[in-house]
Design a protein around this ligand. Structure first.
Ligand SMILES: NC(=O)c1ccc[n+]([C@@H]2O[C@H](COP(=O)([O-])OP(=O)(O)OC[C@H]3O[C@@H](n4cnc5c(N)ncnc54)[C@H](O)[C@@H]3O)[C@@H](O)[C@H]2O)c1
Length: 337
């Protein structure tokens, strides 16, 4: 069934079949699609009825070099300020497409068809678009909402299971931050959730509602939006140490580490930390550390030094409630010794 969620005054999320929804929501005039080769191969009917630009895959391609190549292709096509940019893909594609659209000719209108679970619950929602510079993730970017996001859960059928699990880690994150009921539903469903389009869609909508609510209160990440970084400080550090785990897998490990640190700080009951571990494992996420604690902490320290900021750790207080705790690197290190 089709569902519509208003993300903010200018941006709407449509959940339903992409081809049908595009007919209704695309503005009149010229549309240029930005996508990757996987989506082009799997969904040619969606991509090839538009002029399109293919970008590379993986974090290395989420770069200013790619952005410049896309600008040049747009210029060669004669795209102008009335051209509508449509990003079709996962978080990498939508981050690139959103950044290009926000900056090309000082900004053109854009929309997304989000095709990964992580994209549908997180990357395509909230108006942040950006690319990596050197080894810094999302170092350059813009805040600008797409006119619409289409989340077509049927398209998740072609997504590798590992990518589905990565998206599920972000759903668990949203549940821990602000939705105890969603957490309970995830506990009840376990692995079986991946076999049910309806259950996946309900979980996705729950996580979107959490993100949309938080983003409405804090567009620019000056306060409450920081809660969305639960598991991310440590997760990013793990991702930097090894390519063995993807973003969602690293965030899952980060959430487990932080939950147990919260127990040591007397912020969280041990039984709750164990529930968090259990639900993540039931959803197929591995919690073994792929790197040593020392390696991970070294990366957190290196990052902090380069960015010259305090460490803000998001700490669960109970399921459905988290707090932002500021600490020095030394305090953080003590927590994980
Ligand atoms: N802007 C934000 O607020 C925000 C939030 C969270 C994450 N992100 C970014 O999102 C990126 C990760 O996004 P992701 O996890 O979607 O990864 P991704 O975009 O790399 O997609 C993963 C892989 O799945 C393939 N794929 C996509 N949809 C498919 C489908 N329906 N069927 C088959 N294959 C498909 C892609 O081609 C790619 O190979 C990161 O760069 C991260 O920084 C951004």
């Amino acid at each position: 069934m089709e569902r519509i969620i208003q993300i903010n005054q200018t941006s709407t999320l449509y959940v339903g079949r992409a081809e049908e929804l595009l007919e209704r929501v695309l503005p009149e005039g010229r549309t240029v699609v930005i996508t990757d080769a996987n989506i082009d191969r799997l969904y040619p009917n969606l991509v090839r009825r538009f002029e399109h630009i293919i970008v590379g895959q993986g974090e290395v391609c989420k770069s200013l070099q790619t952005v410049e190549r896309v600008y040049r292709e747009l210029m060669a096509m004669g795209a102008d300020r009335s051209t509508f940019i449509l990003g079709i893909g996962g978080g990498i594609v939508t981050d690139i497409a959103g950044y290009v659209a926000a900056t090309y000719m000082r900004g053109v209108e854009f929309g997304f068809v989000s095709t990964t679970l992580l994209g549908q619950v997180d990357a395509s929602i909230g108006g942040k678009n950006g690319v990596n510079v050197a080894d810094y993730k999302n170092m350059v970017g813009t805040f600008r909402h797409p006119r619409f996001v289409i989340a077509d859960v049927e398209m998740l059928r072609t997504l590798p299971k590992r990518e589905l699990r990565a998206g599920m880690a972000e759903i668990v994150k949203s549940a821990i931050i602000a939705d105890a009921e969603l957490f309970g539903r995830l506990e009840r469903c376990g692995e079986a959730i991946y076999d049910s389009v309806e259950d996946m869609q309900e979980a996705m909508l729950g996580a979107v509602a959490v993100k949309a609510h938080i983003v409405k209160k804090d567009e620019r990440e000056g306060g409450v939006r920081r809660l969305l970084n639960l598991g991310h400080t440590l997760g990013h550090a793990i991702e930097k140490c090894t390519h063995e785990v993807n973003h969602g897998e690293a965030v899952a490990i980060g959430m487990s580490l932080v939950a147990h640190a919260a127990v040591r700080r007397d912020d969280l009951g041990e039984d709750v930390a164990e529930r968090i571990d259990k639900v993540l494992m039931q959803l197929g996420l591995k919690l073994e550390m792929p790197v040593t604690m020392t390696e991970m902490l070294r990366e957190v320290k290196y990052d902090k030094k380069k960015k010259n900021n305090t460490i803000r750790l998001i700490v669960p207080k109970r399921i459905g409630k988290c707090a932002v705790v500021e600490m020095s690197f030394e305090e953080l290190e003590q927590l994980f010794k």
